[in-house]
Design a binder for this molecule. Sequence first.
Ligand code: FRU
Length: 516
Amino acid sequence: MPTKEEMMKIEFSKQQNDDRFRPWFHFSPPSHWMNDPNGLVYYEGEYHLFYQHHPYGNKWGPMHWGHAVSQDMVHWRHEPIALFPDEHGAIFSGCCVVDWNNSSGLFEGSHGLVAIFTHADTCPKTGRPRQRQSLAYSSDKGRTWHKYEGNPVLTESDLIDFRDPKVFWHSQNERWVMAVVAGDHVRFYGSKNLLEWSLTGEFGHGEGSHDGVWECPDLFELPIDGSGRSKWVLIISIGDHPDYPEGSRTQYFIGEFDGNTFINDNPADHIQWLDYGRDNYAGVTWSDIPDADGRRVIIGWMSNWKYANETPTGDWRGAMTLPRVLSLTSRDEGILLIQKPVREMEKLRKESKSWNAILITPEAPFIQKMQDELLEIEAEMDVRSGSEIRVKIKSSGQSETIIGYDPERQWLYIDRTKSGVTDFHPSFPCNHGAKLVSEDGKIKLHIWLDRNAIEVYANDGLIAMTDQIFPDAPLDQIEISVKAGQYVLNSLHIHTLNSILIPGDSTEWESRRVEA
Ligand code: FRU
């Protein structure tokens, strides 16, 4: 039998181990399971982030809405659980809006937050899964919530998959619009008061990718470059399916919204992916960011249903991507989404080092020893030499993650086959990528490295790739090498970053948590 001291040592090392893969500048839950971001809304100086949460286990289970708030989308404070399962079932994904004009009548002449979410249970008669849309409201900046007594507010008894409502105010038609998915398509409903909804349109049968069930829609309008024109963007996540090694992914459509339904600008078989990594799912955008700011910011769940329940993180599981600003650009291929981490991330920069015109040959790679684990790397590379370039992120142990670019194939990839702990699922160790065309013979990479993740943005956000990694030891060196010939790295900046946590101070991290 171990002594008390030995027990304490075991407990301590377990905690250390559990937190070994805790991200230090990506959001993660204080403990237990987390999946989709929910209820993203800006209200009275605070960004809210609710999330799918199982507070009693580190695997998916009865869903609650966890909650955190931030003033900059970078530093977060944990709040008590916002929504608990009730007589209508578990609380699946959904959104929040500010009911500024008290259209719902729930705020006695004032305004407040309304959460619109899916209640998930089973039909008492048949035992068949049932998903219905419901409301909760808060008059104290999201701190306490009341379920609406007329719940559910929207049911479709023929549909089994019917979930993840995203609501916005459509000013031209002066009504609320709800986008909600129904298996293989998205439906649009309209409402004057958030309480009564009627179907206005459907989109999606045979359009885009149907490699999995449709989930987590979002719909919003964005300007195109500085052209004065704009387009509507429809975001649709698609669930995991055993036939596809990629697992769960997110696609987007570009088109018009006429107030009733979405009209695709592209042919039905045209597929556009939001992220070419494996770990960016269920992303949706913040509601009510003030016009003076004007940004459309998305955040995704940084995992994949293929292996989300198995990742080696310990008593907590799940993290979010960085919050990213979305914009549209017009290219030869059509209108494309651009993603860039919010500028507030720059506040984390600690020390920066820069290099120019570095000549790299197979015999003389660029090597930089690192003491810090949290990094931002910006590189502009001349790729006309035609040979493959690799940025290797090496741990002090055996792990290495490679970001590579093959100019011949015009292919940008992440190779995480040797990235550390990979054996928890056969689909995890992989090499995957995206087509990336050089611009004036150059490519630009912006890489963010956290303790458990890597995000790569190429050519100013035209391509994004997000991957979890679980290295065997902290980062030790960055190596940039070339397979053959010689090659010039035009410019390189490496910034070390501060953590958003206070390392070792678990009380700070857990301080505002109330056990359910
Ligand atoms: C997406 C999803 C949603 C659902 C939620 C349940 O990851 O499957 O469709 O509402 O997760 O946790």
